[in-house]
Design a protein around this ligand. Structure first.
Ligand code: PMP
Length: 390
């Protein structure tokens, strides 16, 4: 590097991140997604995926991907509105509409793009958008990109939202269903009542609730006994509980047609491979019929929480597969993560800017592919932590 080049500033920026324990490093995984991984040639027991139902490496899903590729080839070749929209995509949209009990569903390439697409299509300059302050980055970015006025209300605080709504005319209220870094649920019944009163859209990003909560894994909206009238815009991802890749939005006929006409992240991008749709159809069928996956997952969560309480660890009030262990400083979260890694256990340290300053944590996540013995190994390693660093 020559001093004075544009890279100079970048090197300084990276050095500052490193010094403040905020530098992020990728680990190279050498095994398929699952609790028992291999990193740099070492076996690891992993508690950091979003593969909540253990479907990412399921043989039936992998076989569906292969047969999809044999039938459709690999690339879709074009955007949906050109000629990339295959019968496989269409079947998946119909299955997602049926699964969520909504008139229509629309596939997006990723959850990030779905959130950008919806909010920029529905809100613009002069509109007011309200979001939970701990919403996923893609929902917050979407509102910024839309040029609407974004107000972030206090976390999961429907009364706080109500007070803020009093002073504005809201176009859209958006919330995570299950908060991705905290694992708690949004107060959807109260948010739905506020949205109705304000005449605003309520949008729920259920990336972490679908497949896990509600009847047959229908998600957080179903968990609360709500439906289309309460939550007109439901966004779901396919790369988490369903174990594949992609995302969708489900809602009314008019909403979906509006998105097809106007959501730029839908229109100006290549459709995902049709074989992926075939694989996702297989994954949804398993997720729907195999309730034991959710029952087992809930048993693992209960065992973990009980064991952690016995160790005197402070957990947040989450009953979902996302179980954060608050560390406070980034340095502490990182030290914990490294100590666990030395014991052969992989748990990611989540630090700012992903979470607010001073709230770094270990984000422990469970999967139906874990066993009770896996949970006990984690607790054992955490007990070592609580003796030394915790
Ligand atoms: N919303 C939430 C709540 C998420 O956790 C994520 C993924 N981290 C996304 C949206 C983005 O989904 P995708 O990974 O499919 O882009």
């Amino acid at each position: 590097m020559t001093p004075g080049t544009p890279d100079q500033g970048l090197h300084e920026h990276l050095a500052r991140l490193e010094a403040s324990q905020l530098y992020r490093r990728r680990r190279i995984q050498e095994a398929p997604q699952g609790p028992h991984g291999v990193v740099e040639g070492r076996p690891v027991l992993s508690f950091c995926s979003n593969d909540y139902l253990g479907l990412a490496a399921h043989p039936e899903v992998a076989a569906a991907l292969q047969s999809g590729a044999a039938r459709w080839g690999v690339g879709s070749g074009a955007a949906h509105l050109v000629n990339g929209h295959s019968a496989a995509h269409h079947r998946l949209e119909e299955a997602l509409a049926a699964f969520t009990g909504r008139p229509r569903a629309l596939l997006f390439s990723t959850g990030y793009m779905a959130n950008l697409g919806v909010i920029t299509a529905l809100a613009g300059r002069g509109d007011a958008v309200f979001e939970d302050r701990l919403n996923h980055a893609s929902l917050l970015d979407a509102a910024l990109l839309s040029r609407a006025k974004l107000t972030r209300y206090p976390h999961a605080d429907s009364a706080g939202l109500e007070r803020m709504l009093g002073r504005a005319s809201a176009r859209l209220i958006a919330t995570d269903g299950v908060f991705s870094m905290d694992g708690d649920l949004a107060p959807l019944p109260a948010l739905a009542a506020s949205a109705r009163k304000a005449g605003a859209w309520l949008m729920v990003d259920d990336a972490h609730g679908l497949g896990v909560l509600g009847r047959g894994g229908r998600g957080s909206v179903d968990h609360f006994g709500l439906g289309l009238d309460d939550v007109p815009i439901l966004m779901g991802t396919l790369g988490k509980a369903f174990g594949t890749f992609g995302a969708f939005v489900a809602g009314s006929e008019a909403l979906i047609e509006t998105l097809i006409q106007g959501a730029r992240s839908y229109i100006y991008t290549t459709a995902t491979p049709p074989a992926l749709a075939t694989a996702t159809l297989a994954a949804i069928a398993i997720a729907e019929r195999e309730d034991w996956r959710r029952e087992h997952l809930n048993a693992l969560i209960a065992r973990f929480r009980e064991g952690a309480a016995q160790l005197g660890l402070t957990l947040s009030d989450s009953h979902t597969p996302i179980q954060p262990l608050p560390a406070g400083s980034a340095a502490r979260a990182l030290a914990w993560s490294h100590a666990l890694e030395r014991a052969g256990i992989l748990v990611t340290a989540i630090r700012p800017p992903t979470v607010p300053e001073g709230t770094a944590r270990l984000r422990i996540t469970f999967s139906a592919a874990h066993s009770q013995t896996d949970v006990d190994r984690l607790l054992d390693a955490l007990s070592g932590l609580s003796a030394s660093d915790a």
